[in-house]
Design a protein around this ligand. Structure first.
Ligand SMILES: Cc1cc2nc3c(=O)[nH]c(=O)nc-3n(C[C@H](O)[C@H](O)[C@H](O)COP(=O)(O)OP(=O)(O)OC[C@H]3O[C@@H](n4cnc5c(N)ncnc54)[C@H](O)[C@@H]3O)c2cc1C
Length: 462
């Protein structure tokens, strides 16, 4: 039987990064992956293909709607969806091959097939047993099904099917106002689909700062996306031509029907654990099915660990990666650690929305006195020059110490801009610290500086 120091099950951003870091630290490592390519949901059917399509459709929309205002006149703009999808496939292929290359470079063995736990220190990959001192479960997550709505990945799709549509739907109904639904809704809306988002709650992007969420909803409505908030879907009937959805008010009421060519079910994700043999191995899971671990990613069974989407915390690729590194370092006897208070979350729509740390709602709930500094992109010279002035930067700082507790941005390149505030928060910076840093002019980052100044009521350019 081949034996390793570490066997990681799953090659998503949690698993492959854990495997590489463990190998860097001198351990003999294998990573099991049942998919034909490495990289997990993120590289194959998640972050990377969605961002490829978001970029392509942003370009298409700019050519149609924005470039003329810059004096760039293009006639006969046409969509070649097959080419767009081909480009996305090429981007995915380059990324997944990149992981394969990194495995070779770091001497990580790829065990191909589905793994299950097979007794202490052992796993079974399609009938072959392997031994390991440490087994890491990094099997990720999958789309949550909605009762009464049967996914066929043709007319009723998950995000996986929504990334593969070969025709622009006339009407796309997105069930769920979270980031995946809004990103993919934006993709197809930019290509000409009418898009309706049906959300059970009375707001979109749950968990994000409520003021930012409201502003985000307004921008998307201005773009033409329709919202049915406080509404639940109770059934769906798919035919060859489309889908009839039955909806009603979340609080109850008369049922209504909605016609759609394609329905995207994006109500959340759940851990992937089927067939892993967790129950037989005695590995504890929580009531929602996530593998339970202690602060060092150890499950209740000695030698078995879990990281990434399959365990608690935000379902984000960079959270999974940080956990992969931290666990590999812990297994090597070092002090691996993840600061869960400073993990950014980004929605890659146009404009982007980015969030880190506490929301205003969190601070109110926890009775923490805070100051707010805000600065709109309408007052930022670079945003005007680019032609994207929707949105603002909002910084929340402790009223007494001025330490930054949270930051929320809606606007151009919000996902890039939040990195400065992540750095500041990681170093325990105050709003004053950020306000005193020289930010290059003219950049969007000046809006961050101005919001930091605004915490103390002294923004300069508004
Ligand atoms: C459409 C979409 C867009 C997203 N966009 C973003 C984004 O922009 N930014 C972001 O941070 N996050 C994004 N995410 C979330 C992100 O993809 C996940 O948080 C991330 O992939 C989790 O990584 P992971 O390593 O935990 O698991 P995964 O990436 O889910 O990988 C788990 C891997 O384990 C394999 N596996 C499972 N069971 C077994 C088994 N028994 N044997 C062998 N292999 C097994 C699976 O085949 C899979 O490849 C997106 C997700 C989706 C669906």
């Amino acid at each position: 039987m081949d034996s390793f120091d570490v066997i990681v099950i799953g090659s998503g951003p949690g698993g492959y990064v854990c495997a590489i870091r463990a190998a860097q630290l001198g351990m003999k490592v294998a990573c099991v992956e049942k998919r034909a390519t490495l990289g997990g949901v993120c590289l194959n059917i998640g972050c990377i293909p969605s961002k490829a399509l978001l970029q392509s459709t942003e370009n298409f929309h700019a050519a149609q709607a924005d470039l003329a205002s810059h004096g760039v006149m293009i006639e006969g703009i046409k969509l070649d969806l097959a080419r767009m999808q081909q480009r996305k496939a090429e981007v995915v292929s380059a990324n997944v091959k990149g992981v394969e290359f990194l495995f070779k470079k770091n001497k990580v063995t790829w065990l191909k097939g589905a793994a299950k736990l097979a007794g202490p220190g052992q796993i079974d990959v399609e009938g072959t047993l392997y031994g390991a001192k440490h087994i890491v479960i990094a099997t990720g997550s999958e789309s949550v099904p909605l009762p009464g709505v049967t996914v066929d990945e043709k007319h009723i799709v998950t995000s996986t099917g929504a990334l593969e549509l070969q025709q622009v739907p006339e009407h796309l109904v997105v069930i769920g106002g979270g980031y995946i639904g809004l990103e993919l809704g934006s993709v197809w809306h930019r290509l000409g689909a009418a898009v309706t988002v049906v959300e059970y709650l009375d707001r979109i992007v749950p968990g994000m700062d409520a003021e930012i969420a409201k502003a985000f909803e307004r921008v998307l409505v201005k773009q033409g996306i329709k919202f049915r908030l406080g509404t639940k879907v109770t059934g769906a009937e798919a035919t060859d031509t489309g889908v009839t959805l039955t909806v009603e008010k979340a609080a109850g009421g008369a049922p209504e029907t909605l016609q759609a060519d394609v329905v995207l079910v994006a109500i959340g994700r759940r851990p992937t654990t089927a067939g892993l043999g967790l129950a037989e191995a005695g590995v504890a899971i929580d009531p929602r099915g996530f593998v339970t671990t202690d602060a060092h990613y150890a499950t209740n069974v000695a030698g078995i660990y879990a990281i990434g989407d399959v365990t608690r915390g935000p379902l984000l690729a960079h959270k999974a990666e940080e956990e992969g590194v931290a666990l590999a370092e812990i297994l090597a006897g070092q002090a691996g650690h993840v600061n869960y208070g400073v993990i950014p979350g980004v929605v890659y729509t146009w404009p982007e929305v980015a969030s880190i740390g506490a929301t205003e709602e969190d601070l109110k709930r926890d009775n923490i006195a805070y100051s707010v500094g805000k600065f709109p992109f309408t007052a930022n010279g670079r945003a005007r020059a680019i032609g994207t002035t929707d949105g603002f930067v909002k910084i929340l700082a402790d009223k007494t110490t001025d330490r930054i507790l949270g930051a929320h941005i809606i606007g151009p390149d919000a996902g890039g801009l939040i990195a400065e505030l992540a750095t500041a928060m990681e170093f325990g910076a105050s709003a004053e610290d950020v306000a005193r840093i020289s930010h290059a002019h003219p950049t969007l980052s000046e809006a961050v500086k101005e919001a930091a100044l605004a915490v103390d009521g002294r923004a300069l350019h508004i």
